[in-house]
Design a protein around this ligand. Structure first.
Ligand SMILES: [Zn+2]
Ligand SMILES: [Zn+2]
Length: 191
């Protein structure tokens, strides 16, 4: 079925017009895409305008050149990356180190296994870990032993003194008893 030249010409013209419209749309969208993509990667808008002009002038080869030269990471990726780095640094800073030897220690350790420095202490009431500087347990409110109580009354201080004296005499008592039996034994056994 032969087509007459008029119809054939019209068909070719229509196809060419469609192809031209498609190419024009592709050209325009590539320019827009390049500019948008560049804006997500570079802070300087002038660079992006330049990239869009290159694509506008060179069309597809311009896109290839842009794809080769564009920054590897988008600004958001860079931001995420910096956040991750910051978190990592924070984790390193937060990692507790032994004040004695400077080695990394665990939060739950009470003594450094390397240099035997005391790191934490246990509450004698609830057995939770306390910082060495705390003189009050934040978990149960018990005063840590061996630490000065800020709100101690004079009565409590006086009451605690006789207990200490008793402890001293108890320690000294057996020593004196142990010394005295030696002298009679020596005087009897020597002659
Ligand atoms: Zn240590
Ligand atoms: Zn406690």
């Amino acid at each position: 079925m032969p087509l007459d030249p008029q119809t054939l010409g019209n068909l070719i013209m229509g196809a060419a017009a469609l192809g031209a419209a498609f190419l024009a749309a592709l050209w325009l969208s590539l320019i827009i895409w390049t500019y948008r993509d560049c804006r997500s990667r570079a802070r300087d808008p002038l660079v992006c305008i330049l990239a869009a002009i290159i694509v506008a002038l060179l069309f597809l080869p311009g896109v290839v050149i842009y794809l080769i030269l564009r920054p590897h990471h988008t600004l958001e990726e860079e931001y995420q990356h910096s956040l991750e780095e910051e978190a990592l640094l924070q984790a390193i800073e937060d990692n507790p180190v032994c004040p004695g030897c400077g080695r990394n220690v665990n939060d739950t350790w009470i003594v450094c296994p390397s240099c035997h420095t005391n790191l934490k202490k246990l509450c004698h009431q609830c057995h939770n870990l306390l910082e060495l500087s705390w003189n009050l347990c934040p978990y149960c409110g018990t005063h840590a032993p061996g630490k000065r109580r800020d709100n101690q009354t004079l009565d409590e201080i006086i009451r605690s003194i006789p207990l200490m004296e008793e402890a001293v005499t108890e320690e000294a008592g057996p020593l004196k008893q142990a010394e005295t039996p030696e002298e009679p034994l020596n005087s009897n056994g020597a002659p």
